[in-house]
Design a protein around this ligand. Structure first.
Ligand SMILES: [Zn+2]
Length: 395
């Protein structure tokens, strides 16, 4: 354990009294819990004090000043790590977080979701440094940008030259009062509502973002997006066409098939496709998509973006499209292989990030006993019980 680790027990972790002298830490859903004996009010205060602001050595020193055995506290922290309850923040993460108690509270709520990933806190710092450009302040693009900023992405810039209409308003995106405003400005306000200190400035000329989200309908058929391919910039389609949500493909130049590959496959299936596509991209498509479809599309895309930025696993949309069609909105996957007439595999991948690999994280909880080390507490790892399936049956 690094001396600089700042242990954080997420504030939402339940601390439950199993008996008069035993505290159960977490373990009420599908993750493991830890039962600690004896559990006193001082123990609860010690656990709640793990707020990620002190290095472990300061936590141990403070605990010793309160009469705890530092070795026992150290063993307890190790037990919490073994059950995946403790997040070890790096000082760089704290620096990477926005300043102020409100920002720290938001970080404490967001950061634990990254902890299951190997090197989780380093991933968080990388997310804070990342820049994402969203092309299109649409009913998908704006809530998507807001959720990315709220999830810790450092800079989220929404590009759009249009003016907001009443139909652009959507939960988490533009609101009714934005009608008539420049959509890019209204989108920046929506992102700041979700993450007040987010950097929403346009990128300086010549700067390359880590990823571009193409939120306009039929962006895949727009020849302008070929520039992102040539620049070697990863890009993801996330839009609603008519009533259908479309997420993907996620294109990592040089590593996956590209948008032109998909267009060539469409042309093979229908020789008239190029002329149809030109008509589809000729003008600005009106706002469309039910709120539930737009938000589900945005969230599906966010998950793909974060998986790519975090390097936490191979996103499902690499060379594939997820379609969400109402009313069921069940995700349907459509693969786009590299087309034989497209030279895209020769494009270098300048990011060096690659397409992501499965994290190799062990899945599912395990039941076991944690060595409490020396100390005044005994610890027992507690696996969750079976789900109450009866609740799912109709009365
Ligand atoms: Zn291609």
């Amino acid at each position: 354990m690094s001396d600089s680790a700042h242990p954080l027990l997420p504030p939402a972790t339940p601390l439950l009294h199993r008996t008069a002298d035993a505290v159960q830490v977490g373990g009420v859903d599908s993750g493991d819990g830890l039962v600690v004996h004896p559990g006193a009010a001082e123990l609860t205060a010690l656990l709640r004090g793990l707020d990620g602001r002190r290095p472990q050595r300061a936590v141990l020193a403070d605990a010793a000043a309160c009469g705890f055995d530092p070795a026992a506290v150290s063993g307890l922290l190790d037990g919490l790590r073994t059950t995946g309850q403790l997040v070890d923040l790096d000082p760089a993460d704290l620096l990477a977080a926005d300043a102020g108690p409100a920002a720290a509270a938001r970080t404490a709520a967001e950061l634990p979701a990254v902890r299951g990933v190997a090197g989780g806190t380093a991933r968080w710092a990388a997310r804070r440094r990342a820049t994402v450009v969203v092309e299109g302040a649409t009913r998908v693009g704006v809530p998507l940008a807001a959720v990315l900023a709220a999830s810790g992405v450092g800079r989220v810039s929404v590009r759009d030259r249009g003016v907001a209409s009443a139909a652009d308003a959507v939960v988490g995106g533009l609101d009714a009062g934005d009608e008539g405003r420049p959509r890019a400005l209204a989108a920046a306000d929506a992102v700041r509502r979700a993450s007040p200190l987010a950097d929403v400035r346009p990128l300086p000329e010549g700067t390359t973002p880590d990823l571009v989200v193409l939120a306009h309908p039929w962006a895949a058929a727009d020849p302008l997006v070929a520039g992102w391919q040539r620049a070697g910039t990863a890009h993801l389609v996330a839009t609603v066409r008519g009533e259908t949500g479309v997420v993907g493909p996620l294109v990592v130049p040089g590593r996956t098939s590209c948008l032109r590959c998909a267009e060539l496959h469409r042309r093979d299936a229908d020789p008239s496709w190029p002329s149809l596509a030109a008509q589809l991209t000729a003008g600005e498509a009106p706002a469309s998509g039910a709120t539930v479809t737009c938000l589900l599309t945005a969230l599906t895309a966010v998950q793909q973006v974060l998986a790519y930025l975090d390097g936490s696993g191979a996103p499902a949309t690499l060379g594939a499209t997820v379609e969400l069609r109402p009313p069921a909105l069940v995700p349907a996957l459509r693969r786009w292989d590299v087309h034989r007439d497209c030279g895209c595999p020769d494009v270098p991948d300048p990011s060096g990030r690659g397409a992501g690999t499965p994290s190799g994280e062990p899945l599912g909880p395990a039941l076991g006993t944690v060595d409490a080390g020396q100390g005044q507490w005994s610890q027992e790892r507690r696996a969750p019980g079976p789900l109450p399936t009866d609740d799912l049956r109709p009365p």
